[in-house]
Design a protein around this ligand. Structure first.
Ligand code: ATP
Ligand code: MG
Length: 332
């Protein structure tokens, strides 16, 4: 379970891309209200950060922010975690216990992975949203709280409603304002800003002064499709800061980045605009991508890399000599 209280801390959300700015604009407008917010987005896109941002920009910011991961426990445990229980409610309930809703009174509760909440608990949550009241496990007395709900999911709740695994009425209640966080591959303009932010963060954490990143390393970061999104990028930069020797991150300091799948390659292509493209340049970029991956996967072994690409070694060496890209290691 992830549970944390935050009062005055408000995180910074880094990024200036159009995709993110649109979401940030909506977030800034909804934050000061008491409106329920549903945050959606792939793993690692910053859903929890956004929930904290909303709390930090609300009138509740000096009250608790309580995060509960609905996927982290069984139905019974989750019910007692959220709503509390009274002594004797079940065999291990030796004393009364306050639930997270009461702990968050006056503040915000962040229900992470809301799609994992069992159906009968969904009914209880709906009641809190509608009437701000609930009962602890093992008790009939009604308790009242003043809590704003921010929920997040990376599953398709609309599909779950269709499948009958998520209540439609709860979905509408949560989905009053939805903030859909873009995947990192949809906001590649932000990579450079994020890299510098994470270099500074990791630098402070490890007592290193890392200020620069070589252009080859930046090219590799920009070309990657980032299935793990910002978390994956943050980890990659942390790795590079730890492994690097100097003030500049070199390409070799980066971890191996997982390969592009065929589907992701489609993403790599841009729609053909009226201005057209320079096909030779685009093809060279795709070629460079695959050669880089083959060299990464074979620790720079040109024979093996050429095999992976269906090229003979001489052709690969020629391409490398033409300055297509630098091999990652000195192995032959
Ligand atoms: N725009 C951003 N600026 C700075 N840091 C960010 C940004 N977005 C995400 N991060 C950082 O990336 C990491 C992952 O973010 P977070 O935990 O909020 O993602 P998530 O969507 O909740 O992921 P998951 O679905 O896996 O739970 C965190 O360390 C967070 O601080
Ligand atoms: Mg999360």
């Amino acid at each position: 379970m992830s549970e944390e209280r935050c009062t005055t801390f408000c995180p910074r959300i880094i990024g200036e891309s159009k995709n993110l700015e649109m979401v940030l604009d909506r977030a800034n407008r909804v934050a000061p209200t008491d409106c329920t917010v549903l945050i959606t987005g792939e793993t690692g896109t910053g859903k929890e950060l956004m929930a904290r941002f909303i709390h930090g920009h609300s009138r509740r910011k000096r009250k608790p922010f309580v995060a509960v991961n609905c996927a982290a426990m069984s139905k019974d445990l989750l019910e007692s975690e959220l709503f509390g229980h009274v002594q004797g409610a079940f065999t291990t309930a030796l004393r009364n216990r306050e639930g997270r809703f009461e702990a968050a009174d006056g503040g915000t509760i962040f229900l992470d992975e809301i799609g994992e909440m069992p159906l009968d608990l969904q009914a209880k949550l709906l009641r809190v949203l509608q009437f701000k009241e609930f009962s602890a496990v093992g008790e009939s007395k009604v308790r009242r709280v003043d809590v704003r709900v921010v929920a997040a999911t990376n599953t398709d709740l609309v599909q779950m409603v269709r499948d009958g695994t998520f209540r439609q009425d709860l979905f509408y209640r949560l989905n009053v304002v939805r903030l859909q966080l873009p995947a990192l591959r949809e906001r590649k303009d932000d990579i450079e800003l994020l890299v510098h932010h994470f270099m500074k963060k990791a630098g402070e954490q490890y007592g290193r002064q890392v200020e620069e990143l070589c252009p080859c390393a930046m090219r590799r970061l920009t070309a990657h499709s980032w299935p793990g999104n910002i978390r994956e990028l943050e980890n990659a930069i942390e790795h590079a800061v730890v492994m690097g020797m100097g003030e500049r991150i070199e390409e070799a300091d980066l971890p191996t980045l997982d390969s592009l799948s065929e589907d992701e390659l489609v993403d790599f292509m841009r729609p053909l605009s009226d201005d057209g493209i320079d096909l030779q340049t685009v093809l060279r970029q795709i070629e460079a991508q695959y050669i880089q991956q083959a060299l990464d996967q074979t620790s720079g072994n040109k024979n093996q890399a050429a095999n992976l690409l269906g090229l003979n070694r001489t052709t690969l060496v020629e391409k490398l000599k033409r300055g297509l890209l630098q091999p990652v290691s000195t192995a032959v």
